[in-house]
Design a protein around this ligand. Sequence first.
Ligand code: FAD
Length: 477
Amino acid sequence: DLILFWHRRDLRISDHKGLASAREKSSQLVGIFCLDPNILEKDDVAPARVTYMIGCLEKLQQQYQKLGSQLLILQDKPSQAIPKLAKALEAKAVYWNLDVEPYAKERDQQVSEALKSVNIGVETVWDQLLHTPDEIRTKSANEPYKVYTPYWNNWSKRKKQKPIHTFSQNPTGLNEEQLKTARKNGIIDLPTPKDLGFVWENELVLEPGEEAAQNRLEEFCDRALFEYDEQRNFPANDGTSQLSAALKFGVIGIRTVWAKTLEAMENTRSDEARNHIKVWQQELAWREFYQQAMYHFPELANGPYRDHFKDFPWSENQEHFQAWCEGKTGYPIVDAAMRQLNESGWMHNRCRMIVANFLTKDLMINWQWGEKYFMQKLIDGDLSANNGGWQWSASSGMDPKPLRIFNPTTQTQKYDPEGEYIRQWLPELSSLETEDLVSGKISSQDREACDYPEPIVDHKQQQKQFKSLYKEQKEAS
Ligand code: FAD
């Protein structure tokens, strides 16, 4: 009996719950991936992300081939392409791992109905989280959590599953005859990003594929993990794991990642080291927190969670927005970060917070503009994490702390005290004195000589104005 496994954001073989359960039921097991126009034709797709994804698919195809099976590529609406292929191949069932995003839930429902209408079975499991969205609920009211700290307190106490051994015996794939049928029913060769209309000319900062992700995890857990809480806020340092794209596309299993943190805990007696590991575990829990929030409160995807932001009089100044996008605000830390995003497709977390704060609190531009721009650029762009990060920065989200205003200069003094990060991404400023760079007090003469703009707004003034607008909105709501 043939089983098809539909890969989506689980582009790997090991530690894979859905694949393991499909293999248990049948020895003939073939992977499918559907290039969905509903996703790829949206206006928030990043070329770097598509390039990474296609690279991962290429690697996954090679892995399937090694096993003696295939990963088949489709390019159409999943609710049409998948049932058509499954029916033509007389597959017994289609399996997949569940997702939290509103579109994914709706799409899966449609695919499931279409398959059932042609008598093909559907099996689904949760794989991408250590705890499913319904597993962690408040003790008092049995509701989903809206606040991170109590969520973490509950989440962290629970036993986590160990990595799954996906299969001991390799599956078999399609025979020649079936392959011919597949080709007549929508199967295509894996396209290049360019075929799909995406061009990413710069180097890909993260190497695609399961092996690269596992190496990255190993390397991080051998070294930087033990200093994480000290190093993670300095964007010039390589202090974080850079596993976000691998985690977004499920190129590494979350149970494998967690097991590594436990191993590291066991291998150290130092309380200090253990604290660093715990802080990294907390980041993994943020990922799960935002995913369960998106699952239970899909309205988050469409706008601010808090009422007083529903009619906020955001500025629509296109020139300001363009300056922010291009890294030309005249605030070096903001501009360096935006250049990192534009040139590498990735941005350090501290800088994501700084630029998001600057867009919303200094330029007073709707966070949703920034959210979309990030999705258009980020290699790890992910609805739940990105939306969570933006709502947190805009103070419009679930986070109870009412107002958070970052001062770009203070942030620079704390987190890029030598101006290393600024110099890396704004080479035109590299000859300036560190003190000038970091304090933001660059003379007009120097700005002109470096072809670097004057600040487009005054932080102090903007901060005052934002606070008063915020107060008005809060009182009115
Ligand atoms: P590490 O510090 O090594 O953390 C390990 C993993 O934990 C990350 O790979 C990620 O999967 C998860 N994680 C860490 N911090 C967060 C967080 N705050 N929220 C959710 N998950 C987290 N992360 C994305 O994966 N995709 C996004 O589109 C995204 N957009 C963001 C937008 C804004 C405005 C902000 C403030 C944050 C955003 N983040 C996003 C969260 C965070 O910045 C990145 O996950 C992190 O910088 C990735 O680097 P890393 O893998 O080295 O992280």
